[in-house]
Ligand binder design. Structure first.
Ligand code: ADP
Length: 470
């Protein structure tokens, strides 16, 4: 269980970020430590070298002023004063032969470096060497310097302080690094968790949604950072999905509702035909009603299919150059009779020629749908006016204006949805597919439909289509 948990943490982004953070932190600290280490060790070595040089200078002036015997005494005295295990002096001739020294019992193993003496003679500059004896803990810094005529001083000092410092430094380094690593890991983990909290919120919401609740939204903190952008985009996507899902639900409810009535009627007719001992004429009438209902159903299903195909661009348009003015005039002629029957004045203002590239059958259907609605939703005594105009150098607009019942502000954005019918118009015949088909046709031709309306005053539906040259 515990192992499983560790394993799952190991694969998290927070864990990887923590490791990166701790790693980079450690690397930077190591570089800083090494820099100080080299700086401090070189300072200590320089100071040791300066001490040795100072000693050599003192001995050189004693030699000059008081002679070699004074120097001999001085080196014995100084070795004793500093500690015979800390420092030693040797006086050598130019060929490296020792002729005097401090107590060398502790330093017996340190010889005279021939190369150092040669270098000293050639360069006439003090020469330093660091000597490491196998059984000694500390290195020894050795100076070769000419202190008088034909006299070389070999002066050695144990680098005990230096080694002690390095050891202390190493201990501090290891403990500091270990605690820094723990500290960096804790801080890194905390920071990574904080940074990723937003991502976790998105994941949690996505999980809740996958379990069925489309109403959940990711909280937005208003920092305007990347996580907020992610949350906002995610919420926008959810809004869109919710709208689509609601739309689909409504459409399927509407389909079910619209299919139910004709099917119930067909079932009723069939039931009557089975139970009642009707005459042949009555049977004929029942069969005719069944066919009529079936045709209505088929018409509805076919219209739905055609809308879907037109919207998806599956149905290839049989596009030809046609004059939209002529199509509108023909449609007005066709609808003149039904308008008169309902005592509605149908005015056609489509005198000019406006050439478009379109599918004649579909364009006719689109205009017929708009005219049919205008007459259907206008009470007797009203008027319907159809106009064709240029809207720009490359667009033509067909508008159908009526003085009918109008469409409320809430209904207006929805009337182009499939099966949507506004409440006041439910008493009229129709299935709510006419406008969605009209819009699908307009869009398939590179145009669109918009509506402007005022309840009880009337509506104007305007189709815009791209023009082609005559
Ligand atoms: P329907 O078969 O119901 O006419 P449509 O898709 O053609 O379906 O129209 C959808 C709804 O838009 C109608 O039910 C009606 O409520 C409203 N509508 C369409 N045209 C008009 C209009 N000219 N005046 C008022 N309401 C309209």
């Amino acid at each position: 269980m515990f192992l499983k948990k560790i394993n799952s943490v190991r694969h998290t982004l927070a864990f990887r970020l923590t490791l990166w953070y701790a790693g980079i932190f450690m690397l930077t600290s190591c570089v800083a430590f090494l820099f100080f280490y080299f700086l401090i060790t070189s300072v200590i070595r320089d100071r040791t070298d300066q001490d040795l040089l100072g000693e050599a200078r003192t001995l050189s002036s004693i030699l000059r002023l008081q002679g070699i015997n004074a120097v001999r005494r001085q080196i014995v005295y100084e070795a004793q004063a500093a500690g015979e295990k800390k420092i030693f002096f040797r006086l050598l001739s130019l060929d490296g032969q020792e002729f005097s020294s401090s107590n060398m019992s502790y330093w017996r193993d340190i010889g005279v470096a021939k190369a150092a003496i040669e270098q000293l003679i050639v360069e006439n500059q003090p020469v330093f060497r660091t000597v490491n004896l196998p059984d000694r803990k500390h290195n020894i810094r050795v100076l070769y310097a000419i202190v008088g005529r034909n006299i070389i001083l070999q002066l050695g000092q144990s680098m005990e302080n230096y080694t002690r410092f390095i050891e202390a430094f190493r201990k501090i380094f290891v403990t500091t690094m270990a605690s820094l690593f723990v500290f960096a890991a804790i801080v890194g983990w905390f920071m990574a968790r904080r940074a990723l909290a937003g991502v976790e919120a998105v994941t949690r919401t996505a999980r809740q949604i996958s379990e069925g609740s489309l109403k959940e939204r990711v909280p937005v903190k208003k920092y305007q950072d990347e996580i907020d952008q992610l949350a906002l985009t995610f919420n926008q996507m959810l809004d869109r999905i919710q709208t689509l899902v609601t739309g689909i639900r409504e459409i399927s409810d509407n389909i079910a509702h619209d299919l139910k009535s004709p099917i119930t009627r067909i079932r009723g007719i069939s039931e009557v035909s089975l139970t009642a001992g009707a005459s042949e004429k009555e049977y004929e009438s029942m069969a005719a009603s069944t066919i009529e209902e079936c045709d209505r159903l088929l018409d509805m299903i076919n219209t739905m299919l055609v809308i879907s195909r037109t919207e998806a661009g599956v149905n290839k348009l049989d596009a030809k150059k046609l004059d939209i003015g002529t199509v509108v005039r023909d449609a007005c002629e066709l609808f003149q009779a039904p308008a008169e029957d309902k005592d509605i004045r149908l005015i056609c203002r489509a005198a000019g020629n406006f050439s478009i590239s379109g599918d004649n059958r579909l364009i006719q259907r689109m205009i017929a749908n708009l005219l049919d609605n205008a007459i259907k939703y206008t009470p007797a005594g009203g008027s319907v006016e159809v106009k064709v105009d240029s809207v720009s150098s490359d667009g033509v607009a067909v508008s159908v204006k009526d003085s009918g019942i109008g469409i409320s502000e809430e209904d207006r954005p929805r009337i182009f949805e499939r099966f949507y019918r506004c409440d006041p118009s439910r008493s009229e015949a129709g299935i709510g597919l006419g406008l969605s088909f009209a819009r699908a046709i307009a869009r398939a031709h590179g145009g669109d439909i918009v509506v402007a309306s005022e309840p009880n005053r009337g509506s104007i539906f305007t189709v815009t289509l791209p023009k082609t040259g005559l």
